[in-house]
Design a protein around this ligand. Structure first.
Ligand SMILES: O=C(O)C(=O)C[C@@H](O)[C@H](O)[C@H](O)COP(=O)(O)O
Length: 356
């Protein structure tokens, strides 16, 4: 299956194919001529798939060097980006060369950021290996690193030349990592795809978590949600903000807990339940929807709350959200399952949204 992200300045395709990593050389060769490539990967994913990718690329005539960094959200920072820039320079990467991100969301965001800033921007490809990255972060060109103040605070909008999604690689994810990705899948159903929501309702958690039942359909539907909003609003000023449902509070949880303690999809699950609870109480979301969301989150083993819940700390983190404009912030609500809406509130009012 292929999805075309038809952006006027930089159209590209998302290839969703079981086993695609077995012929990654064909995919890269069709997109890039022979050149140098820096493969960016964390130590865990590099151990699993680095050689498979590098060997194929070498065989196809590419000259490849691997930049490896320690696995985890705590690595998504300026220090790692600087090491990667220096690595690219030492390898002699020029503007006709490219970077490939092989890994989860941290790798994709970091590698995209490095590619978009090294020599003012070189080409890059995304090979996402976590469910979160496959259904969300590899598509749409948001690149970035975390700062001490907020998650993804520093970054660019730079689109990759292509995305390759092979669901076979999900079999090497830990169960917590796979569940985490379902946080973003649930979000896609809630904001834009009621059929995806129904599919998640009908499936048993065991079937999805243990047997990956319908996983390619789930990936495809989620990627389609993402593709559509990105094409309609590449720079995140309108409908793309819908993808941030649950993220304002979720990102605050991630940064106050310490990066990597609560996983991104877990934090999104917590954020979706929390914002819905308050929006429902304010009459902005329908009666009973929070409980429906909570049950879905819990069904797939995701957390619906977080301790310690420090409202002051969370509020301080939340003020750095990229959806803030002066003293206002755009939050996302779900008026009914399968649709989303922006609700602009005063930043101060977010204190209500953080009440337990
Ligand atoms: O692509 C987008 O736009 C999103 O908001 C997708 C989010 O699900 C994703 O987690 C993203 O990394 C968060 O973006 P941010 O702009 O809030 O940092």
């Amino acid at each position: 299956m292929k999805l075309k992200v038809n952006l006027p300045d930089h159209p590209y395709e998302v290839l969703i194919e079981k086993g695609a990593l077995d012929h990654v050389n064909t995919w890269v060769s069709a997109l890039w001529k022979k050149q140098k490539i820096v493969l960016i990967s964390d130590d865990h994913v590099n151990r699993l798939y680095g050689k498979k990718v590098t060997d194929q690329l070498n065989e196809a005539g590419f000259e490849v060097a691997v930049f490896e960094f320690p696995e985890g959200e705590a690595s998504k920072n300026l220090a790692t980006a600087e090491k990667a820039w220096n690595f690219c320079a030492q390898f002699g990467l020029t503007r006709s060369d490219g970077i490939i991100a092989l890994g989860g969301g941290v790798t994709g965001d970091l590698a995209g950021f490095v590619a978009s800033t090294y020599m003012r921007g070189i080409h890059f490809l995304q090979i996402p290996t976590s469910l979160t990255a496959q259904v969300d972060s590899s598509i749409g060109g948001k690149t970035g690193i975390n700062s001490d103040f907020a998650k993804n605070m520093i970054g660019t909008f730079t689109q990759p030349d292509g995305v390759l999604i092979d669901s076979n690689v999900l079999s090497t994810l830990g169960e917590r990592e796979f569940r985490e990705g379902l946080g973003e899948v649930i979000k896609c159903g809630l904001i834009a795809d009621a059929q995806l929501w129904d599919l998640l309702t009908d499936l048993s958690a065991e079937d999805l978590l243990k047997n990956f039942t319908k996983i390619d359909e789930i990936i495809y539907r989620s990627c389609e949600v993402k593709r559509k909003v990105v094409v309609d609003d590449e720079l995140d000023n309108g409908v793309r903000l819908y993808l941030n449902f649950g993220h304002t509070i979720g990102h605050a949880v991630e940064s106050t807990a310490g990066y990597g303690v609560v996983m991104h999809g877990e934090a999104v699950a917590i954020g979706m339940v929390q914002i819905s609870k308050v929006a429902e109480a304010k009459g902005l979301m329908p009666q009973g929807i929070t409980e429906e969301i909570r049950q879905m989150v819990v069904k797939y083993g995701l957390p619906d709350h977080y301790e310690p819940w420090d409202e002051e700390q969370l509020y301080a983190a939340l003020t750095h959200d990229k959806k803030a404009r002066g003293s206002q912030i755009k939050t996302v609500i779900v008026p009914q399952i399968g649709s989303a809406k922006i609700n602009q509130v005063a930043l101060e009012e977010m204190k209500d949204y953080l009440k337990k």
